[in-house]
Write a protein that binds this ligand. Structure first.
Ligand code: AMP
Length: 181
């Protein structure tokens, strides 16, 4: 399916996101963004809509979360003319890092950012593909604020509203283009 100019961005996204039941494990309905990425007009509409939501919050830079956050964060940063800061899985960044641990369903995981990438008093827009339980975004929010940064907003193309992730980002304005449940 190809995005047409008269469609709303919500209908474009909804039509280009594929539900994959029981992936990666039974009971999870995985939101597959690859059809959106394969549709240039739809992907452009998504980035432009995210830019329109993020811009009023006047961020100084974007903070994208590995790995699918990079897919949206990079074009969004270019579109807005803003620096892009990457939050990566452990051991990937070459210079001194600050890291944060967060709980997974089983065990815990860590994310890292270059310690000098976040500047005291600057405003940051966090970007990821899906807001689910909010655990990942909450961890990155704490990383940003611990380094003295301020949250301008957190932005996601998709939000699984029924999981209540937004409540875990209580301190940050949360923007999503399509909210399920
Ligand atoms: P969470 O920490 O629960 O908000 O989940 C964060 C990450 O898990 C997001 O970056 C998504 O990439 C991924 N994720 C969680 N649930 C889903 C889902 N149902 N479909 C696709 N990705 C998901």
């Amino acid at each position: 399916m190809t995005a047409a100019s008269h469609d709303t961005v919500e209908s474009v996204l909804t039509s280009l996101i594929r539900d994959v039941p029981d992936f990666p494990k039974p009971g999870i309905v995985f939101k597959d963004i690859t059809p959106l990425l394969e549709d240039a007009a739809g992907f452009r509409a998504c980035i432009e809509a995210l830019a329109a939501r993020v811009s009023p919050h006047r961020p100084d830079a974007l903070v994208a979360i590995e790995s699918r956050g990079f897919i949206f964060g990079a074009p969004l940063a270019l579109h807005l003319g803003l620096p892009l800061i990457v939050v990566r899985k452990p051991g990937k960044l070459p210079r001194a890092t600050e890291s944060v641990a967060y709980q997974l369903e089983y065990g815990e995981d860590r994310l890292e950012v270059h310690a000098d990438a976040i500047r005291a008093g600057h405003r940051y827009a966090l970007v990821d593909d899906v807001l689910a339980t909010g655990g990942t975004a909450e961890a990155v929010t704490s990383l940003i604020t611990r380094l003295g940064g301020q949250m301008a907003c957190a932005a996601f193309p998709l939000e699984l509203g029924f999981l209540g992730g937004r409540a875990r980002l209580a301190g940050a304005v949360t923007e999503s283009l399509v909210r399920y449940g």
